[in-house]
Structure formats: structure tokens, C-alpha cells
Design a protein around this ligand. Sequence first.
Ligand SMILES: [Zn+2]
Length: 141
Amino acid sequence: MTTEKPLRPQPQFPEPDTEPFWEATKDHELKYQTCDKCGEVIFYPRAHCNACGSLDTTWNVSKGEGEVYTFSVIMQSRHPAFKDIGPYALAYVDLDEGFRIMTNVVGVDNPIDDIECGMRVKLTWEDQGEGNIAIPVFEPA
Ligand SMILES: [Zn+2]
């Protein structure tokens, strides 16, 4: 009998716009793009700058530090990857480099009482098995 935890829904490849992002998660690097033409910070990963349309972008590695913009606590999910973990926080986190990511805030006893908007958080990783992608999540800084 296996006690392995079911995986979250996984990205499907090939996926040219987001594959470099997911590949970097295997090394626990949170990557984001900046526009070579206008300097815009670009996130989620995509082929073009959403400010000026340029196709010239550069990948950068985030320091993984930021603050909770907002969050909600999911009390019950029937998905196999989530059904046994109890209440968990789905959040938007604003990274110090200037982009916002949808993520989870983990590492708190009670997500209802222990998370606040504006709270400083730092990146940590939820591995999805040997050789697979990892999920960027955040814990109190
Ligand atoms: Zn641009």
C-alpha cells in the first residue's frame, strides 16, 4: 500500500510560453520576465510584453520575498491533492520585484487567524516528486 500524497494538477508540455518557468522550478528558482524594450515586469510567463507587445523579454530569478496582497481560506476541497489537508490559504502575493503571483500561504497553524494582508512572506517549495516540477508557495518571513 502506498502512502504517497496525490499530486496537484500538473502543467502539460510542450507549452512554449510557460515551460522555462516550470523547468526552473525543478531547481527551486522562481522566474519572471522583464521587457527588453520598455522595462515592464511580466508575470505570468508569456511570449510577449503585455505593456508594449515586444517579443524581446529576459528571464530573471526572484529573491522570493514579498507580501500578501489578499487571500482566501478554502475550507474544503474534494480534489485528491487537497481533500486531506484541511483549511488552506489561497493567496495573491506581491513580490518585491514588482509582480503578483497566485499561490498558497503555508507554514501557519490556522490560516484564518495567522495570515493578514500586507504580511511579509518568503518563498518555499512544494516538490511534486523526483524530477518533476515544484510548486512555489510562501510562508511567513
Ligand atoms: Zn514592453
